[in-house]
Design a protein around this ligand. Structure first.
Ligand SMILES: [Zn+2]
Length: 260
């Protein structure tokens, strides 16, 4: 078995639209904290010098958006109403785990210059080129090459997304999870708003997300290294989301699994 890590890091040193704060409590600070708590709450005195190396354990205190790093968007991210089921969109902790451990295929759109939107025709042509017929519940991955802009503003402004026809095309195949290495499965905000100003067509407003108000599916955003996949299909993607109660998204450590 061979695993290929397709995840991007949550990295407080990198620029993000929503800043990440990451406070590391060192093992020595952890010891001092423990001694203080034990004294104050239990009246127990302990000399931290008696610990091996004078250290206890480290702790990471973080404040960050669920859309930082590689993550899964849940249906409740798309809006407060669902046009299916009981009308309530599910949160990330309520989705079936087996959606996130499935055969996957990757489509190469690295030749498309962003910002731009892909159509159903683009998807169909690329599927024909790789010679793969997707099966229901497969995970579709879009390799846009956006991760080459990682750490710069261009990562948030110059990527490519799906239009409504491309989104419906993938969902019509029975796909429930669509992944991208870009910041979003939709085109950049500026590209969408310029398109709307020119057409006044509501269908160009965040179609890859808003279609999720009527058709239940998830998306993986901010994948990395899709170019490292040696084959466009014939592997399993594991991308189990972190279980955050009531959240519209959850981080994932996505990896491709190739069996020997
Ligand atoms: Zn997201």
């Amino acid at each position: 078995m061979r695993l290929i890590d397709l995840s991007s890091s949550i990295d407080a040193s990198q620029w993000e639209p929503e800043p990440v704060s990451h406070e590391i409590v060192t093992p020595a600070e952890g010891a001092a904290h423990m001694a203080k708590e034990m004294r104050e709450h239990f009246g127990l005195d302990f000399d931290t010098a008696e610990l091996p190396d004078g250290e206890l354990l480290s702790i990471d205190n973080m404040s960050l958006n669920t859309h930082t790093g590689t993550h899964i968007d849940a249906p409740s991210h798309y809006g407060s109403r669902a046009g299916y089921g009981d009308g309530r969109p599910r949160n990330i902790d309520e989705l079936p785990l087996d959606w996130f451990h499935r055969p996957a295929f990757v489509l190469d759109f690295t030749g498309v210059e962003g910002p731009a939107t892909l159509t159903a025709d683009d998807i169909a042509k690329e599927l024909a080129r790789i010679g793969y017929q997707p099966q229901p519940m497969d995970i579709a991955l879009l390799h846009t090459g956006a991760d080459r802009f990682k750490g710069s503003q261009a990562f948030f402004t110059d990527f490519i997304g799906l239009d409504a026809s491309a989104t419906h095309f993938l969902l019509d195949l029975g796909i429930k999870v669509i992944g991208t290495d870009a910041f979003s499965l939709d085109a950049p905000f500026g590209h969408i708003l310029r398109g709307y100003a020119a057409t006044k067509d509501q269908g160009v407003l965040w179609p890859a997300h808003f279609i999720g108000r009527d058709r239940e599916f998830c998306q993986i955003e901010r994948l990395e290294r899709l170019g490292d996949l040696p084959e466009p299909y014939g592997f399993t993607l594991s991308c189990l989301p972190v279980k955050i109660a009531g959240a519209g998204a959850g981080w994932t450590r996505a990896a491709a699994i190739f069996e020997d």
